[in-house]
Design a protein around this ligand. Structure first.
Ligand code: NAD
Length: 505
């Protein structure tokens, strides 16, 4: 069976069998260090399960701090030559990586879907294409970079140029395993750094498959992948004095730990953490039952995109009081149309939560919402999609109506659970929107651009870094994200994050 035909069959066993036969996905993975696969020093492995049906899909190296040191040895051995490789040569290699990914898009998409549980229509059309685009984007950036001069006095100028940091550590979450890896790898490696990267234990597969495809493109030691428990090897990496920087994406609580680890040897950090983003609907969205209103309903339903496992998930909806009931009736009907199903079925809109722990956490929060007295408008239960999937991790898209002080409004659930409340005025929408410990994204919906823009303007200084006006999800590389708690995501200004300026005069 050809790889492209796999998803028509949409059985996990058949998909795995064909991927294994095809030789680009293995059933057992070691660490990728110094350009080759190396067994973990202590010889231990753990089993990676598919959220689709809870079945094992691969054995993965369970590394220990000794493996972190081996990976750092390889990175340090490579750093000088890589830092002296010309930007044009580095860019050519990034472009080559992108080309190989494109040739293998289907394999990467299936690997991501079976490991993370996200629908194949998303991995094919978003996760993998956007990851490819990151390598091309940063290949362009590094070639376009120019230094700057400043005049000190009549006889003296200072010239500034960027140089790589050396060896960096990178820790990836499980919600967009390949895309988050690409976000970190492309700028770091492109800027001339060597890296040791650790995927999340639940979702290591796509990055390992990627290394099988691109492992020989970069010089040995430039890109090293180690797998294993975050609390052990993540800590060993983030606290290691042999890294010049740690980049972390994950939960806010883990981010706090990373700051602590890195504070002892004073390692600079870039942290990308959690969110509880408001999606704000002004009354005039219902002035007409037109295309715009339909778009607003779609924006409402996007809390279920990627099963709600998105940092900028619009997980709170704020609806203006005058339209609250009638808006909610239409919006809930729209949510009920979301097709939850086998992630390998191309018609599935919402797949399986990424792990059993996450399933339990979400069901726990649904229980909290009910006990807090929030009104469950739809969903509110585990989803059962068929006898072959009973051990998979599925949740019904769930909408609660309540008030912003409830825990389900304040805490990041990271699942398909939306908490809806009402507001009277623009000022109140700002107050409620900003009233969480998070601040990452926001969406504002009104056909009257001035209303939406007024929200943006009046909410300054904004508690969140990315505000979408009448569109909630545009993940283009050239749009930065920043938040109350975290650094900006690198766009072209990535140089300030992944390199250090040098001044000479
Ligand atoms: P997590 O914090 O559990 O894990 C993230 C990574 O850290 C994993 O690789 C994990 O193994 C590792 N880790 C865990 N404990 C560690 C420790 N003590 N020391 C070092 N490393 C450790 O996060 P997650 O559950 O994988 O990801 C979901 C979270 O990520 C959500 O909160 C989400 O909002 C956030 N996120 C943020 C962004 C953003 O750009 N702001 C993007 C994606 C995800």
């Amino acid at each position: 069976m050809a790889v492209a035909e796999l998803v028509k069959e949409y059985s996990l066993d058949e998909a795995l069998e064909t991927l294994h036969k095809n030789g680009k996905v293995l059933s057992k993975y070691q660490n990728f260090i110094g350009g080759k696969w190396l067994p973990p020093v202590k010889g231990k492995y753990f089993v990676d399960h598919s959220p689709i049906n809870g079945e094992p899909i691969a054995e993965i190296a369970k590394s220990t701090p000794e493996d972190v040191e081996t990976a750092l040895d390889a990175a340090h051995a490579a750093k000088k030559a890589w830092a002296h490789t010309s930007p044009a040569a580095r860019a050519a290699l990034l472009n080559k990586i992108a080309d190989v990914m494109e040739e293998n898009l289907e394999i990467l998409a299936i690997a991501e879907t079976i490991d993370n549980g996200k629908p194949i229509r998303e991995t094919r059309n978003a996760d993998v294409p956007l990851s490819i685009d990151h390598f091309r984007y940063f290949a362009s950036c590094i070639r376009a970079e120019e230094g700057a001069l400043s005049e000190i006095d009549n006889d003296t100028v200072a010239y500034h140029f960027k140089e790589p940091l050396g060896v960096v550590g990178q820790i990836i979450p499980w919600n967009f395993p390949l895309l988050m890896a690409a976000w970190k790898l492309a700028p770091a490696v492109g800027a001339g750094n060597c890296t040791v990267i650790k995927p999340a234990s639940n979702t290591p597969l796509s990055l390992l498959v990627l290394m099988g495809l691109i492992g020989d493109i970069l010089p040995p030691g430039v890109l090293n992948v180690i797998t294993g428990p975050g609390g052990e090897i993540g800590k060993a990496l983030a606290s290691n004095s042999r890294i010049a920087k740690i980049a972390f994406t994950g939960e806010t609580t883990t981010g706090r730990l990373i700051m602590q680890y890195a504070s002892e040897p004073i390692i600079p950090q870039t942290l990308e953490l959690g969110g509880k983003s408001p999606n704000i609907f002004f009354a005039d969205v219902m002035d007409k039952d037109d295309e715009f209103f339909d778009k607003a309903l779609e924006g409402f339903a996007l809390f279920a995109f990627n099963k709600g496992e998105v940092c900028t998930c619009p997980s709170r909806a704020l609806v203006q009081e005058d339209i609250f009931d009638k808006f909610l009736e239409r919006a809930v009907a729209r949510v009920a149309k979301i097709k939850v199903g086998n992630p390998l079925d191309p018609t599935t809109m919402m797949g399986a939560q990424a792990s059993h722990d996450q399933l339990e956490k979400i069901l726990g929060y649904i229980d909290v919402g009910k006990k807090e007295g929030a009104k469950c408008m739809t969903g509110g239960k585990q989803a059962h999609i068929g006898p072959d999937f009973e051990k998979g991790y599925y949740v019904q898209p769930t909408v609660f109506a309540g008030h912003n002080k409830m825990r389900i409004f304040q805490e990041e659930i990271f699942g398909p659970v939306l908490s809806v409340t009402k507001f009277k005025t623009l000022e109140e929408a700002i107050e409620i929107g900003n009233d969480t410990v998070y601040g990452l994204g926001a969406g504002v919906w009104s056909p009257m651009a001035p209303t939406a823009i007024a929200w943006v303007a009046k909410s300054r200084p904004a508690a969140c870094g990315r505000i979408a006006i009448t569109c909630i999800r545009r993940a283009q590389r050239s749009a930065a994200i920043s938040s109350r708690a975290t650094d900006a995501k690198p766009t072209r200004s990535f140089w300030s994050i992944i390199s250090r300026p040098r001044t000479c005069w």
